[in-house]
Design a protein. Structure first.
Length: 249
């Protein structure tokens, strides 16, 4: 498998393998590419397979990560995805090795997973197999994994704001936080507008627009997170039908 690294020069023409291009996702893809362009300037690497499919890894210096973690001197994996039809071919190992080669001079690599399989989180079992270990936990099921290259470096941890999954002094209703990091977030938020407008339940959407804001978020995932009455509910992207179901509950 050949690995393609996205750069400022090829970003516009390269396909984002984490998104299937369609009319409904055009806006999200454009915003993801704008987000990537800004992050590439900060040291982000996006590496993908030269195949038509979801086989990629995205990582950057942990100090620049849009995640509520404390991991100075580490590399953080934002997203690591090998879709079903491409598994068991060594692609994940190859991408992880590329990340490790880029990070060998750092303290190590961190990544957020779930203590059980959850949508949009990396595969914990795969990462444990390649030398990662749990170094911190956060409610209700998040775990921070680390693979240390410098055994004397401090262990990374979640920021205290993200440990309990609670919004301080939260109002009643549903709060949805999101970024442009995932190309599906912006278009799906826009599709929720009719449901939000028709609902008697207060529903608020909050776009996270900076690393500083993301690094003190109320749960470990900032790409997309849903809170009900101030308590973490899910990191799964809501369709209009799923939001209506949540309101009905």
């Amino acid at each position: 498998m050949e690995i393609i690294t996205l750069t400022q020069e090829n970003l516009e023409k390269e396909h984002l393998c984490c998104s299937i291009a369609s009319k409904s996702t055009e806006r999200g893809i454009a915003q993801k590419k704008e987000w990537l362009s800004q992050r590439i300037a900060e040291g982000l690497r996006f590496k993908k397979a030269d195949i038509r499919g979801k086989v990629f890894i995205e990582y950057l210096p942990a100090e620049k990560a849009w995640m509520p973690i404390i991991a100075e001197g580490y590399t953080h994996i934002n997203c690591f995805w090998v879709s079903g039809s491409h598994k068991q071919k060594g692609y994940g190992k190859q991408l992880l090795e590329a990340c490790e080669a880029d990070s060998i001079a750092t303290n190590g690599i961190t990544v957020v997973v779930g203590n059980k399989k959850k949508p949009f989180l990396s595969d914990k079992a795969f990462l444990l197999k390649y030398g990662f270990e749990v170094c911190d936990t956060a409610s209700p099921y998040f775990e921070l994994l680390v693979k240390r290259f410098n055994p004397e470096a401090p262990l990374p941890s979640f920021h205290p704001s993200a440990k309990e999954g609670i919004i301080p002094e939260a109002a009643t209703g549903i709060d949805i936080f999101y970024t442009a990091q995932c190309p599906f977030c912006v278009p799906y938020i826009e599709l929720l507008t009719p449901v939000i407008m028709a609902s008697n339940t207060p529903i608020r959407t909050h776009r996270i627009t900076s690393a500083a804001e993301a690094q003190t978020h109320f749960c470990p995932v900032t790409t997309y997170s849903v809170f009900v009455n101030g308590k973490y509910h899910s990191n799964e992207i809501l369709t209009a039908a799923k939001l209506e179901k949540l309101i009905a509950k």
